[in-house]
Design a binder for this molecule. Structure first.
Ligand SMILES: Nc1ncnc2c1ncn2[C@@H]1O[C@H](COP(=O)(O)OP(=O)(O)OP(=O)(O)O)[C@@H](O)[C@H]1O
Ligand SMILES: [Mg+2]
Length: 240
């Protein structure tokens, strides 16, 4: 379970998270929507400890992320994160790229790391691309490789930050299909997205962020069809 309690975070004089509360249960899919600069990415980076917080608490399966005693490397194995773009190592094949963290971070043998990497690359539909270099793949394939790379660490939770935003519209579908597949398998996920149709389909709950505040959170039917908050209404009207 991911528990976010009254999290505040500023960059200089700009408060970007103004007391966020959110609990994500095992198996749940929560999507986050909201305007640019509303704090969506910042929250994800706080969840896996890439950014410190100013106050409040974030717990992953009971472990406080920002406690001094927490081993962040260990925690991050549990919480995979995929960004808009991931720069793969260009001189390594797709397979080698995905094997890297299991080898270096988990200390697995070459054979075991390869087995896991092949399994995850196959899972995201890249079984044919093992020996290819990343720059020979489409943007959608590269994003699926990035997802396979995160999955190779056997995470319990996955965080996705606009993983389709940098893609040609033609390639968005295949990456969203991969996320849909993970959701249907019961992966616990928080997805920041601009894809409203996807959010509606895949989410257990949708959270709308506005200026550092989680202005509304509700099941998709409710949030999209009967939003309660004035800012949610404005946002949805502007994005349709
Ligand atoms: N490292 C940083 N240093 C200073 N300011 C930052 C930093 N990261 C983010 N910000 C600021 O914090 C605010 C929230 O940024 P954040 O990236 O979380 O927004 P977002 O909701 O993800 O927006 P977008 O939809 O454009 O990705 C923005 O005003 C941004 O400029
Ligand atoms: Mg962002």
């Amino acid at each position: 379970m991911i528990e976010i309690e009254n999290v505040r975070k500023s960059f200089g004089s700009l408060e970007v998270l103004k007391g966020i509360n959110l609990t994500v249960a095992k198996g749940e899919v929560v999507t986050i929507i909201g305007g640019s600069g509303s704090g969506k990415s910042t929250l994800l980076t706080c969840i896996n400890g890439l950014e410190p917080i100013d106050s409040g608490r974030i717990k992953i399966d009971g472990t406080e992320v920002h406690a001094r005693s927490t081993d962040l490397n260990k925690l991050r194995q549990k919480v995979g994160i995929v960004f808009q773009q991931w720069n793969a190592f260009p001189h390594l094949t797709v397979l080698e790229n995905v094997m890297l963290a299991p080898r270096k971070v988990l200390g697995l043998s070459q054979e075991k790391a390869e087995e896991i990497a092949v399994k995850q690359l196959t899972h995201v539909g890249l079984a044919e691309k093992l020996a290819v270099y990343p720059n020979r793949m489409s943007g959608g394939q590269q994003q699926r490789m990035a997802i396979a790379r995160a999955l190779a660490m056997s995470p319990t939770y996955m965080l996705f930050d606009e993983v389709t935003s940098a893609l040609d519209p033609m390639l968005v579908g295949e990456v969203l299909d991969t996320l849909r597949m993970l959701a249907s398998e019961g992966m616990t996920m928080i997805c920041v997205t601009h894809e409203m149709k996807f959010a509606r389909e895949v989410s257990d709950r949708v959270a709308f962020f506005h200026q550092g505040v989680m202005a509304e959170i509700a099941p998709p039917e409710q949030l999209f069809d009967a939003p309660q908050n004035a800012e949610t209404k404005k946002f949805l009207a502007a994005t349709h």
